[in-house]
Design a protein around this ligand. Structure first.
Ligand code: AMP
Length: 276
């Protein structure tokens, strides 16, 4: 991969990179399409990264379908698929990790304390292999994107981070490889996430300034479905990821939500702008 990228750079080609864990869906496809728009060459990686899963999480059962993914990438005209093995990435002697200290501890980090350390480490390794000019991430993992931007900034990494908007199913459920875990009944319950986010957006548009009020209303909505167990609702400044004390015009906020439905953990979010 490094040799390919060196050659592309010699030819003055701009390299766009889309890191994924595979089991591709339309969310991934929108990142790929962005890369094809802004770069000369698009590289997609598929790697289910063990270090971002805690021992109690779903690493072993995470959905994989490499043959179907390859077909999709070929049809899209993606230039390179980077498909390293776990041993390539983490040989027995491996011992170096990259951590964005503060941003990794809050929100998702409270529930998944080792997750973002695994993410920033693998993204670093992948960047060193692919040597991209642009790397495209999804709003689906908004905190992840903020952490990667922080890392790139702090470590003066020579890559532009692009964040693409959320892609949803027709009923509003955020596209995710993990949606296949849901039974029909659970899938139905999952629709409430987006409804609750739309409710939050409406409150903000109607100039509600108190984040606690908005969160309370969302909680009431979600508590009506017995399948849903709430991990958190947070309203944060979209630039800093600090929790908002008030919703102020001129700022942009993320309303972030994480729930468990049966054995499946789902996250979702919406960007909101007061008074618009
Ligand atoms: P994953 O394969 O789940 O690790 O995701 C790979 C990339 O796709 C990440 O940057 C995600 O944020 C992004 N992504 C996943 N789902 C969506 C979605 N529904 N809309 C937009 N981007 C997404």
């Amino acid at each position: 991969m490094q040799q390919v990228s060196d050659q592309l750079r010699l030819e003055a080609k701009k390299i766009g990179f889309v890191p994924t864990m595979g089991f591709l869906h339309k969310g991934h496809l929108s990142l790929i399409s962005k890369s094809k728009n802004i770069a000369d060459i698009t590289v997609v990686s598929i790697f289910v990264n063990p270090t971002q899963f805690a021992p109690n999480e779903d690493f072993n059962r995470y959905p994989r379908d490499i043959d179907s993914d390859k077909k999709i990438l070929e049809e899209l005209g993606v230039d390179y698929l980077f498909l390293p093995s776990a041993d390539d990435i983490y040989p027995f002697s491996f011992q170096t990790f990259v951590t964005v200290e503060e941003l990794s501890k809050i929100i998702e980090g409270e529930y998944r304390p080792t997750h973002f350390k695994g993410v920033t480490t693998i993204v670093n390794i992948l960047f060193n292999c692919v040597k991209p000019h642009f790397a495209i991430f999804g709003q689906k993992d908004a905190q992840q994107a903020a952490i990667i931007k922080q890392m790139v900034n702090d470590l003066k990494m020579d890559v532009v981070i692009v964040v693409e908007p959320m892609v949803r199913e027709s009923d509003g459920l955020a596209m995710s490889s993990r949606n296949v875990y849901l039974s029909e009944e659970e899938r139905n319950s999952a629709r409430l996430l987006y409804s609750s986010l739309l409710t939050a957006e409406k409150f903000v548009q109607d100039k509600e300034i108190d984040p606690e009020r908005i969160k309370r209303e969302m909680k009431v909505m979600l508590s009506e479905d017995k399948n849903i167990r709430l991990d958190y609702i947070k309203i944060v400044n979209a630039d800093t990821f600090n929790e908002a004390l008030f919703i102020e015009e001129g700022n942009v906020y993320y309303v972030l939500i994480a729930v468990r439905i049966g054995k499946t953990r789902l996250i979702d979010n919406i960007l909101v702008r007061p008074g618009r």
